[in-house]
Design a protein around this ligand. Structure first.
Ligand SMILES: CC(C)(COP(=O)(O)OP(=O)(O)OC[C@H]1O[C@@H](n2cnc3c(N)ncnc32)[C@H](O)[C@@H]1OP(=O)(O)O)[C@@H](O)C(=O)NCCC(=O)NCCS
Length: 327
């Protein structure tokens, strides 16, 4: 039997919504994904005010799944969560099409994540998503490396002519320009931000501690003698004893010279010196250079998460796929 059509989340009681959004946050944290500390409150408030968008399935007192939608800079971000009851695959699939249906016309791409489903259910949701026109599934892997005094990472061998300093010593504009340039042509170029301004905002948020306190010693930048920044890594505290690599970038003309390796060895040694037990990061399946680098440094995959992407098909103005009930 087809599930009931999703209803707007503002119809939910605030405590039920709070509970569900809190569960999403916990599920994401358990998987090692980081969110701003105020995420639950802001999400619930925005839906209650009508500035945030969400839909749910199941009874109002005990919703069985929830979808959230944000849009900025022409890109939409969505999240699907199953509370476990009901038929998670059918409900999340219905919520996914609901998100597409409500996308503003200015949005040309939507990235959606999911929680509360088993790996098998997530594959089934992905399969249904892939049946819609204009969709792809991007796989991201969480990788970890344990740190201990029995296994101290070697000192970084920095390429000749380059010196490592803490990233805060580097002019912020230069950092932003290098970051933007470094990701062009990689599978991650559209994942984090789609414009230099959006990229800058993301770095500003990171340095403001939105995702956790920045660990300066574990966040090195590489400079040439004339002061040009050619690479950097940014790390923050994810949890007690766990540091997460938020970003690593090496200028294209400086690649395959051991600089990425040197930046990450500095990061690992600094984390160990600061008393951290574990280094963590996320990497996209198709980012072969980054995966090879992490693999060589002893990082091992410990979890995966799919991003369901929809891109507005050319020609511009084409509409998102219709909901099941409208076909
Ligand atoms: C990933 C990145 C930081 C690597 O920097 P780098 O300075 O070129 O890496 P290194 O020269 O230190 O490489 C160290 C090892 O990583 C692996 N590696 C790096 N680039 C590789 C590539 N293109 N293909 C295969 N292996 C690669 C190799 O094992 C290499 O050792 P080797 O050269 O002795 O074979 C760089 O490609 C980059 O900035 N990419 C864009 C930004 C990005 O994707 N960041 C990661 C986001 S998760």
């Amino acid at each position: 039997m087809a599930p009931e059509p999703p209803r707007p989340a503002r119809e939910l009681r605030r405590d039920a919504l709070w509970e569900l959004v809190g569960t999403i946050r916990r599920s994401l944290a358990q998987r090692g994904e980081i969110l701003p500390a105020v995420w639950v409150e802001e999400t619930v408030e925005s839906i209650a005010r009508g500035t945030g968008l969400g839909w749910f399935t199941g009874p109002t007192a005990q919703p069985t799944s929830l979808a959230l939608l944000w849009a900025r800079e022409g890109t939409g971000y969505g999240h699907l969560h199953s509370a476990g009851a009901g038929d998670p695959v059918a409900e999340l699939s219905a919520l996914a099409t609901e998100l597409l249906h409500h996308l503003p016309a200015t949005v040309h791409r939507l990235d959606v994540g999911a929680t509360g489903v088993t790996p098998e259910q997530e594959v089934a949701v992905g399969r249904r998503w892939s049946e819609l026109p204009g969709t792809t599934v991007i796989l991201r892997h969480s990788m970890v490396r344990d740190l201990s005094m029995d296994d101290v990472p070697p000192e970084p061998a920095v390429p000749e002519g380059v010196a490592l300093v803490t990233v805060r010593k580097v002019p912020f504009d230069e950092l932003c320009a290098l970051d933007w340039r470094s990701y062009r042509g990689t599978p991650d170029e559209t994942l984090l931000s789609e414009s230099p301004a959006g990229n800058r905002e993301m770095l500003e948020n990171a340095f403001a501690g939105l995702f956790g306190t920045i660990l300066d010693d574990a966040s090195p930048a590489a400079r040439t003698p004339d002061g040009t920044v050619v690479g950097f890594a940014v790390t923050c505290q994810e949890a007690i004893g766990v540091g997460i690599l938020l970003d690593v970038a090496v200028a294209p003309e400086w690649r395959r010279k051991g600089l990425g390796r040197a930046l990450l060895l500095r990061m690992l040694r600094a984390l160990l010196a600061l008393g951290y037990r574990r280094a963590h990061l996320w990497v996209t399946e198709g980012n072969a250079p980054a995966r090879a680098l992490y693999d060589r440094l002893g990082f091992r995959p410990d979890a995966s998460a799919a991003i369901y992407r929809w891109s507005r098909p050319a020609p511009a103005g084409a509409e998102p796929p219709q909901r099941q009930s409208e076909r």
